[in-house]
Design a binder for this molecule. Structure first.
Ligand SMILES: [Zn+2]
Length: 232
């Protein structure tokens, strides 16, 4: 069974098939919730088929309707300890850099619309620790990295890597880097770790289209050379 992608407002939510049901990767902004359930219904998937929700990181475009999705599906949350306080606060970490000067405008706009773009209903319930490899019996493994935020978790299912915003493709991406970068040096180190993970052929980002892992070495070289970033 193939991975199902549901995209709204330039945010990808993935449904990875398990032996029974699905593991959902991230949600979307909270404003996208209605659209998401409609698109899911159009694919003939009922919410109770979602058995796990894996959160790559705490940002509002990934955890936007996490709280109500957990209630609606009865799924178990897979989220790292490093995201717990941010999830409980329901707000993005604002201390971050942006990856190119033109994005400064977008950054300023997102600050102006802070409630819509950076806040979400807090999530405080129990979660499974990805470092405990809760889906190992399904052939799915997790790795805790950092760079886009202080805690970016990636999930490997066969030759596919679900990376949240540790990488980005398409509009706004800067040679596979996301718009917001918490720590460029950590990001490059994490990318090198991904490069060493065996068997990955395709990377599925939170924004933009999937891309081949073969582009990583070029992107790492570019970002090793890049100078100072702009503080948001
Ligand atoms: Zn993000």
């Amino acid at each position: 069974m193939d991975v199902i992608t549901i995209t709204s407002n330039y945010v990808n939510t993935y449904l990875v098939p398990l032996s029974e049901g699905y593991c959902m990767v991230d949600t979307g902004y909270r404003q996208q919730e209605k659209t998401f359930w409609k698109k899911l219904a159009a694919k003939n998937i009922s919410p109770d088929k979602i058995k796990y929700i894996f959160l790559t990181h705490h940002h509002a475009d990934h955890a936007g309707f996490l709280r109500s999705a957990l209630e609606k599906t009865g799924a178990q949350l897979i989220s790292a300890e490093g995201n717990r306080l941010r999830l409980a606060a329901g707000k993005n970490d604002m201390q971050t850099y942006i990856s190119s000067f033109p994005l400064l405008v977008l950054s300023k706009l997102s600050v102006a619309f802070v409630d819509a773009t950076q806040c979400f209903p807090p999530v405080t319930g129990p979660s499974l620790d990805p470092s405990g490899q809760p889906l190992e019996s399904e052939g799915i493994t997790f790795k805790i990295l950092k760079g886009h935020t202080d805690c970016d978790v990636v999930m490997q299912a066969g030759e596919k890597l679900f990376c949240g915003d540790l990488f980005m493709s398409g509009i706004g991406a800067q040679k596979y880097a996301p718009m917001w970068i918490k720590n460029k040096f950590e990001m490059v180190k994490s990318w090198e770790k991904v490069q060493k993970m065996s068997g990955i052929e395709t990377i599925y980002p939170g924004h933009g289209k999937p891309f081949p892992a073969s582009v990583l070495s070029g992107a790492i070289e570019v970002w090793k050379e890049r100078g100072a970033l702009i503080l948001k």
